[in-house]
Write a protein that binds this ligand. Sequence first.
Ligand code: GLN
Length: 471
Amino acid sequence: MINLEGLTISKVKKAFDSKEYTPSDLVAAYLAVIESTDTDVQAFREVFSDEIVSEAKKADLAYAQGTAKVLTGIPIAVKDNILLSGHIAGASSKMLEHFVAPYDATAITKLKEEGALFIGRTNMDEFAMGSSTENSAYGPTKNPIDRSRVPGGSSGGSAAAVAMNAALVSLGTDTGGSVRQPAAFCGIVGLKPTYGAISRNGLIAMGSSLDQLGTLSRSVSDAEILFNIVKGTDGMDSTSSYPTEKPETKKNLTIGVPRNLFEGLTADVLENLEKSITKFKELGYEVQDIELPNLKYALATYYVIMPAEVSSNLARFDGVKYGFHHEGKDLLEDYLKTRREGFGKEVRRRIMLGTYVLSAGYYDAFYGKAQAARDLIRTDYQRAFELVDIVLTPTTPTPAFKLGEKTNDPLTMYLEDVFTVPANIAGNPAISIPSGFIEKEGTKLPLGIQLVSQNYREDILFRAGKSFLNE
Ligand code: GLN
């Protein structure tokens, strides 16, 4: 039996190289976990069992012949809103229940070129809207650490898959925290790169100026390996770009802590953050207080800009072009019935909100204002990065909450995103790394800290993250 606990890409490659086990053995071990655990956890919408078993055999051969590449034989789970040619990409919505991806997302193409195997598609909040995976049209995913709790969202299935050892690493998308927050809730690493660092070609859009593909993994090193493969300018996404020259590396890094944002945090979350700060100091980092005065507007800004973009992006799902269709007596009734039944409650709520903030007479008061606030938030970060290399906060204000605890109160659900949305609004890269546990009702629940750096300085996040986790 392979011990799946604590595996990383480099450990697995060593085991493949030394013939301790083969890619087929590893895949069989992950499939066995899914078989025994996923009927309850529900991390996956679909498991590609037959396909991955036959692909793993090719990986066995590549190792035997010495032609293995960086990800040969590495099983990856993929969020249900990332296009994998020939498979359903459903965004966990009734609207796209039968939608088969006609091509691969650019990131998937790059991973395939390095030999990656795909184990299945993971459950998510419908169209990536949510913080708990409870907005999936197919029911929630449970947190593998405490199954009475949520795994976070919207990439909850991808986080649970890694946390329960059903895949080595997984892909998610992050529009306002959807990779970092579930990573924190499940005790793993979640990376949201700089806006545009990875092509969005082949991702089902939520908020196009905020969306970014991200990775979930046990280690920072794995996030780094995946990121270096998928990053880069892509002709299929005009917003994608990544500088080719290497940035200069400083000897010592400085961390800024924006304490003005921590009002209202519970003592245990604050204590965990203080411990993390102490650890960084012991590792030789200089830590100082900084001010990010406009970040207090980030959540309000996000919940105007994001729904505006959602309302526009989701206009294409009209029952005519593709996806779910409900026949009405005329074209208008087709639209109304299709969209009423194809979309869940939260998606409809955001479409309505977005349509409202963009409508004549309200545009200036809401959308225009939010864009102005967005500039201020960007400037706050720019100023901060003149003083420090990293901005440190908790990833989330709380550990994983109970299933059903916030479903009837969207506003408290939105508060979950308070620390994660600023990096999407400004575009900066951010990573969540596990920072220990707090005990609730006899269970140790993981917490995460978030590091944010200057654009295209993922290298700083990797360096600090690896030193913090002693990798
Ligand atoms: N929880 C946030 C929201 O509901 C973030 C979603 C995301 O990043 N996709 O909008």
